[in-house]
Design a binder for this molecule. Structure first.
Ligand code: SF4
Ligand code: SF4
Length: 181
């Protein structure tokens, strides 16, 4: 041990340094937000409440009942019931999400090949019964109308829905460039 180390030990230098750091915190402004008085602005792309996308032409859900979202869901909280329609197309009779089991991972949204399911930025909801957190197809479509209607929904899909056909065009162009080189 050097003389300097010995002096540091005698005068408790390290402890005093630590206490100085603690003391400094008394005079720095708190970073904690006093929710709900202070709120951070929600931003598009937050993983909030789910919504089923409503087709602007037909007014119905875009979901075709393929079940990929349910297959990807690690919490197994998506339940889809389909039947066969008049012209042999699949009809989504029920589409339900049990939000109390959901971990808001977003895998269902990423898995959907039709951009038919999104997560809105709405996160402030509460309830007194389990039923209030059981989102049926109608309630999920209402969420779209409430939180994503108009340009907002289009912007969300433009920003986050991948892959798009344009991505493959770009990829094949870059592959062509590479093969020329
Ligand atoms: S966000 Fe995750 S846990 Fe919730 S429904 Fe989608 S896949 Fe399931
Ligand atoms: S993956 Fe998309 S289209 Fe398929 S069932 Fe889920 S929400 Fe509907």
């Amino acid at each position: 041990m050097t003389v300097m180390d010995l002096l540091k030990k005698i005068f408790l230098v390290e402890i005093l340094k630590g206490m100085a750091v603690t003391l400094k915190q008394f005079f720095t402004p708190a970073v904690t937000r006093q929710y709900p008085k202070e709120k951070r602005e929600p931003f598009i792309g937050s993983r909030g409440l789910h919504a089923l996308v409503r087709d602007s032409n037909s007014g119905k859900e875009k979901c075709v009942g393929c079940g990929l979202c349910a297959a990807m869901c690690p919490s197994e909280c998506i339940h889809i019931y389909t039947s066969e329609g008049d012209d042999n197309e699949k009809v989504v009779d029920r589409y339900e999400i049990d939000l109390l089991r959901c971990v808001f991972c977003g895998l269902c949204v990423e898995a959907c090949p039709y951009a038919a399911l999104v997560q809105t930025e709405h996160f402030e909801y509460s309830g007194y019964t389990r039923a209030e957190f059981y989102y049926t197809k109608d309630r999920l479509l209402e969420n779209w109308d409430k939180y994503m209607a108009g340009d907002k929904g289009r912007k969300y899909i433009d920003l986050f829905w991948r892959p798009r056909s344009s991505d493959f065009e770009k990829k094949s162009k870059s592959e062509q460039d590479r093969s020329k080189a």
